[in-house]
Design a protein around this ligand. Structure first.
Ligand SMILES: [Zn+2]
Length: 476
């Protein structure tokens, strides 16, 4: 797991800027060409062995048609393959959630679907199984008990779902950055200022970038262009310092009012609500304004082309919007980071129960958040949690099933929508009263050891199990 440190440069002169821009353009076109070429299903297995494809290209005598040096096209290839892998993994994760909630599948069929989508750990997937979903080949394993016709039906379903959620293939639209490896740059100091000399398109000719700050530089660097400032940002990946593992268990219930509530009832970062709401309002408002401006632009296109051009340039320009948008995102991201830091430092848990992030959708909708914000929030929370739990050595058994977690009494087990009135939980049977989010976190924590209710148990089955348990225990 890597941490990214961003180091800005001082503004660059025209000559340096032009050479960096040319390099970024060639890199973008090369990466885009790789993306188009290797997006095909028949190349999918290369995502599991990126080096193999590189070696094949080298032995076939590949030379970059866009003028990249050998080291750099190899990096562009790796970059493209990682982009494809990310898109596939996100789609597979969504498909997994859809299978889990699919009411028409039997447990055996679900088991086969999960077997096809199974990934033992990050970066180690059997891509042949995914390929088979698309090629129609019948794949099966020892633990699969389903017959051939039903396997075919499950693969068909997955193919349709994956096609839909994959959507458009990723492309590189803008030349914004390029990557250099350890042999393609040199770091030096002169009068206390740090410089990085990076390779560009011409072998032996390096561009010297003066940095605004000082930081240890190692591994691959991504040089990101900042056209508004005529400067670059150097992204340095480094291995973060890892804290020793804590002990004990905790549960967290992710929210939209605060980042989350833990099983002791503590709420982390109440400021989050406002940050999210403002970001959502901004995006909705911007969308409406943009629509009006485009209409105005189209109306003026023939009558007054000069005016149309001005609207296009000044009012529909993206630079300022991007900058503001980035500010909103940073603020929310900071709240998420702080919440996890506060929680992990004060509780020091060894294991944490949390819910599948795809279940958060309902909550976000109830707060009137825009769809974009809600999707973004889920993705960032997941990413930040993955990173923070790694840094704090938290064991990750994967998300637990969150069905009925906020409606079930943690004391007597009674499950009832009436148990919850807004933010307050009052059990209709035993009278246990607590904060509703705390109750959810307590129930999630208990599910760490639930052998019957796993992540993939359907919602209706969860309710059956919970009610059966209640009546069994109250009969005694
Ligand atoms: Zn109760």
């Amino acid at each position: 797991m890597q941490r990214t440190v961003r180091q800005k440069s001082l503004p660059l002169n025209d000559g340096k800027w032009a050479r960096l821009l040319k390099t970024a353009e060639a890199y973008a076109r090369q990466k885009d060409a790789f993306l188009v070429e290797y997006a095909h299903i028949k190349y999918l297995h290369y995502l599991g062995d990126k080096r193999a494809l590189r070696d094949e290209l080298v032995s076939a005598g590949f030379a970059s048609p866009f003028g990249l040096q050998a080291r750099m096209w190899k990096l562009a290839l790796e970059d493209a393959l990682f982009t494809l892998e990310r898109q596939w993994e996100a789609a597979i994760e969504t498909a997994r959630g859809l299978v889990a909630r699919h009411e028409g599948f039997t447990d055996e069929e679900k088991h086969y679907a999960f077997w096809l989508l199974y990934r033992p750990r990050k970066g180690s997937r059997d891509w042949k199984r995914i390929q088979a979903i698309f090629t129609g080949d019948d794949v099966t394993g020892e633990q699969v008990t389903l017959d051939g016709a039903k396997r075919h039906r499950v693969r068909n379903y997955l193919r349709r779902v994956l096609r839909r959620v994959l959507g458009r293939r990723p492309r590189v639209k803008k030349a914004r950055s390029f990557v250099v490896d350890r042999q393609m740059y040199r770091v030096f100091f002169s009068e206390k200022r740090q410089y990085i000399a990076v390779s560009t398109l011409t072998p032996g000719e390096r561009v010297v970038i003066p940095l605004a700050g000082v930081h240890a530089v190692e591994g691959n660097l991504r040089v990101v262009l900042l056209p508004d400032e005529r400067a670059v940002e150097v992204h340095i990946s480094c291995e973060p310092a890892v804290f020793p593992a804590g002990d004990g268990e905790a549960g967290i219930d992710l929210g939209v009012t605060e980042v989350f509530t833990d099983d002791t009832g503590r709420k982390y970062r109440a400021e989050y609500c406002k940050a999210l709401q403002e970001m959502s309002d901004y995006i909705l408002d911007k969308g409406r304004k943009c629509q009006k401006l485009w209409a105005l632009y189209r109306r003026n296109l023939e009558r007054d082309p000069a005016r149309a051009r001005r609207i296009r340039r000044h009012n529909l320009g993206l630079a300022k919007q991007r900058k503001r948008h980035r500010r909103f995102r940073r603020r929310c991201e900071n709240e998420i980071n702080r919440a996890f830091n506060e929680f992990l430092k004060t509780r020091r848990p060894g294991v944490v129960a949390y819910e599948d992030l795809s279940h958060l959708r309902g909550k976000a909708r109830s707060k009137g958040l825009s769809r974009i914000v809600s999707l973004w929030m889920r993705r960032i929370t997941g990413e930040r949690w993955e990173y923070k739990s790694y840094v704090h050595s938290v064991e990750d058994p994967g998300p637990v099933n969150a069905a009925y977690s906020s409606l079930t009494c943690p004391v007597c087990g009674w499950v009832d929508p009436q148990n919850r009135k807004g933010d307050i939980f009052v059990c209709r049977k035993c009278g246990f009263t607590a904060d509703a989010d705390q109750v959810a976190a307590m129930n999630l924590k208990a599910r760490l050891h639930d052998e019957e209710i796993t992540r993939y148990t359907s919602k209706s089955r969860v309710k059956e199990i919970l009610l059966r348990r209640y009546f069994e225990s109250s009969a005694v």
